[in-house]
Design a protein around this ligand. Sequence first.
Ligand SMILES: Cc1cc2nc3c(=O)[nH]c(=O)nc-3n(C[C@H](O)[C@H](O)[C@H](O)COP(=O)(O)OP(=O)(O)OC[C@H]3O[C@@H](n4cnc5c(N)ncnc54)[C@H](O)[C@@H]3O)c2cc1C
Length: 382
Amino acid sequence: MTQPIQALNILGAQTPTSTSSAPAAETSPAEGDTVHQVVIVGSGPAGYTAAIYAARAEMNPIVIAGALDAGGALMTTTDVENYPGFAEGIQGPELMTAMQEQAERFGAEIIFEDAVDLQIEGPVKTVTLDDGTVYRAKTLIISTGSAYRKLGIDGESRLSGKGVSWCATCDGFFFKDQDIVVVGGGDSAVEEATFLTRFGKNVTLVHRRDELRASKIMARRAEADPKLQFQWNSEVVSINGIDKVESVTLRDTLTGEERDLPTSAVFEAIGHIPRTELLEGKLELDEQGYIVVQGRSTYTSVAGVFAAGDVVDHTYRQAVTAAGTGCQAALDAERWLTDQAALTTADVQDPMTTAAEAVPTDESNPISGTDESVSVTLPSGR
Ligand SMILES: Cc1cc2nc3c(=O)[nH]c(=O)nc-3n(C[C@H](O)[C@H](O)[C@H](O)COP(=O)(O)OP(=O)(O)OC[C@H]3O[C@@H](n4cnc5c(N)ncnc54)[C@H](O)[C@@H]3O)c2cc1C
C-alpha cells in the first residue's frame, strides 16, 4: 500500500538561479531580457519527461518546479509498482529524484518556485514567479497536474496511504480478499468500484443520494455486479483506525443516524481539480477546467503553448501516461519552433513576405483543425 510521506521539497530544494547563461537562449531587445526556447511549468512525470526530451534536443529547458510540491503527486507516496522498468517497484520520491537528475544531466535548469502569472499570447510568453522573477520563452509546456478532491473528514489525512486511497489502479492490488469502501456516485466512482471487485471480498459504494450520477449503462452494470453493494443516502463522516483503516462512520443523509461499517480500505472517487487557475480565460479549458488539446497532440488553443500530463487527462491519470505526454509535448514544441524558424528564414529570403505572416499563428500548427492526418517529424538530438 502506498504510504504518505512529507511532501516537502526533498528533491533538494535550491534557490532559483539566474537564467542568463543558457546557451541556446536569445536576447530579445524589446524585452531587454533572455528569451528561452521553452519553459516547462510543473515537475511531475510529465514536466520532467518533457525536460529530458527538450534538453536532449538542445532546447535548454527551464523547469518551474513549484516551491513545495516539486516532483509532483508521486512525492506523496511510497511504493510505485506499475512504473515500467522497476521489477521490484520503486519509492515515489526516488523515481522523481531520478527523473530530475536525468533532466539535469542533459542541461535542464530546475527552478524551485511557483509560477503566479502566465502571459501566453504572442511570440514571447512570460512566466512570473512568486519571487517576482519573470521568465520569457518562445514556447511553454504546461504540466501542472491535478489534485484529488478530498472529503476533508476526520482520519482521512492520518490514514492516507494506510487504507485511504484516491487511485484504485495504484492501490487496489493491496486489498485482496478484504472489505473495501468506495465513496462517490459518478462515473469514476462506479468505474473504481467495479475495478475493485476483482480484488476485494466485498466492495461497498457509499453515495449521498438514492441513485447514481453515473451514466445509465454504467449504473446498470454496477447494480448487477454481485460483489458490489450500495449504501444509499449515506455520507462518510469519519475514517477510523489506529495504524490502518478499520471502519468508516456513515451518516444517513435523511435521518442523520450514524453507524460504523467495518472496512480495510476507503477509495475516494469524488473528482479531481486540474491546476489551471493561472490559465482561466487565456486558453481553452473544458467544463471541468482541464486544458483542451488538439487530437492526440499536446497543442493547446494558443500557438506555442503545449500541455501534458494529468492537467489534460480525465481518463488515465497515471505516472506513465503523464510521462508519455510529456515526451509528446517536448517533440511538439521542438517541431513548432523548427516551423517558426523556417517561416522566419522564408521571410528573409522573400522580401515580399509581410511581418504579419512571420508571426506564429494557428496555421503554423500542423495539427490545427485536423485530428488524424498529422505527420510529425521527430526532432534531432534524441
Ligand atoms: C498518493 C498517490 C499515489 C499514486 N500512485 C501512483 C502509482 O502507483 N502509479 C501511477 O502510475 N500513478 C500514481 N499516482 C498518479 C500519478 O502520481 C499522477 O498520474 C502523475 O503524477 C501525474 O503527473 P503530472 O506530471 O501530470 O502531474 P503531477 O505529478 O501532479 O505534477 C504537477 C507538478 O506541477 C507543479 N505545479 C502546479 N502548479 C504549479 C505552479 N503554479 N507553479 C509551478 N509548479 C506548479 C507541482 O509542483 C508539480 O510538480 C498516484 C498519485 C497519488 C496522489
